[in-house]
Design a protein around this ligand. Structure first.
Ligand code: IMP
Ligand code: MG
Length: 179
């Protein structure tokens, strides 16, 4: 198995890029189907982790849409701090629109809950959640996640946008922390 060392930790490939791309395509096809008759939906991509997923997904979206970015922060090292800060806000009109939130990964759901709380202030017509990855064992919120690329075990991962202390986001495959 391909391994990589980032700072003090060793990671091993767990999801090769071909498998990631199959999941992205599956999600894109579903969204294309569900939104084909909607009026210019707005994608909101959650930075930093979702940048690679967002780029790959949007290339496969076949209806007129807009994209904007929201930046929050809750992670320190390899664990969720439970403390979410908003670093970049949204300038686009949200009221009356169909919103599709793009997340790289939903872990505890704390970040997602915060995002939904923010968005609910603006009176969107609909808000749906897309995540490439979901850790069902860690997720303990009631918010429905509408589109899930893959369910994964409750392990710390990096690559394809996800980082360990800022490193590893550039990797095309996903790696899991070796215990
Ligand atoms: P949550 O608030 O616990 O659901 O965590 C969500 C955010 O934490 C994600 O958007 C990621 O940016 C980050 N995160 C969660 N799990 C991992 C992981 O395994 N590796 C790297 N970042 C993660
Ligand atoms: Mg994130």
């Amino acid at each position: 198995m391909k391994q990589i060392k980032l700072k003090d930790q060793v990671f091993e490939v767990s999801i090769p890029s071909e498998k990631i791309h199959q999941s992205v395509t599956k999600v894109a096809q579903k969204i294309n189907q569900d939104y084909k008759d909607k009026n210019v939906p707005l994608f909101i991509s959650i930075l930093n982790g979702s940048f690679m997923f967002t780029a790959d997904l949007l290339k496969q979206i076949d209806f007129n849409c807009e994209i904007t970015f929201l930046k929050l922060s809750s992670y320190h090292g390899t664990t969720s701090s439970g403390n979410v800060k908003q670093l970049i806000g949204i300038n686009e009109k949200i009221s009356g629109r169909d919103i599709i939130v793009l997340e790289d990964i939903v872990d505890t759901g704390i970040t997602l809950e915060q995002i939904i709380k923010e968005l609910n202030k603006f009176g969107a017509n609909s808000v749906k959640i897309t995540t490439l990855l979901l850790k069902p064992e860690a997720y303990d919120k009631d918010i429905t996640i509408d589109y899930v690329g893959m369910e994964i075990p409750n392990d710390f991962i990096i690559g394809y946008g996800l980082d360990y202390d800022g490193l590893g986001r550039n990797l095309p495959d996903i790696y899991t922390l070796k215990s």
